[in-house]
Design a protein around this ligand. Structure first.
Ligand SMILES: [Zn+2]
Ligand SMILES: [Zn+2]
Length: 149
């Protein structure tokens, strides 16, 4: 399994040589801000399987809360991945940055209590006020197991 992705300006490209984890849509305020959209859609992968090309040294990191790092292109601002400093070997890829087809479908809506009023959820996926039930969706590399964002 292999996926390719890139930022909007093309300065940063990556190849994933592994399958991505299951994913859901996260409506929490931080994901809305970090994505500039109604929700975040991120899937985990082991960093050992990620081949990142950044010849212009554009990758920029921002600690949005203690222990939580968001990496983006400093040239165009595209969010690329995030990780926890406690598990830096697991990164959560921003699915919007993929160039390859990705055929998995979302398992759930998380943090629906914080969702944007202007986005009506009209699919039949399970909805959770905070983290998804881990029997339905395990968000690899997230704070789900600690019940915190
Ligand atoms: Zn860029
Ligand atoms: Zn979130």
């Amino acid at each position: 399994m292999s996926y390719r992705g890139s930022c909007l300006c093309g300065a940063i490209t990556y190849t994933l040589n592994a399958e991505l984890s299951d994913f859901g849509y996260c409506h929490c305020e931080q994901c809305r801000k970090a994505s500039g959209a109604a929700f975040g859609a991120n899937a985990g992968v082991d960093r050992a399987h990620v081949d990142l090309s950044d010849p212009g040294d554009r990758l920029t990191e921002y600690a949005s809360s203690p222990g939580k790092v968001r990496a983006f292109c400093g040239g165009c601002g595209t969010p690329l991945f995030a990780y926890l400093t406690t598990t830096p070997h697991l990164i959560r890829i921003r699915l919007g940055s993929l160039d390859s087809d990705f055929l998995k479908t979302a398992k759930a809506h998380a943090f629906v209590a914080e969702k944007a009023d202007w986005y009506p959820i009209e699919d039949g996926l399970p909805q959770f006020d905070t983290w998804a039930d881990p029997d339905i969706l395990v968000q690899v590399g997230s704070r789900q197991s600690q019940k915190r964002r």
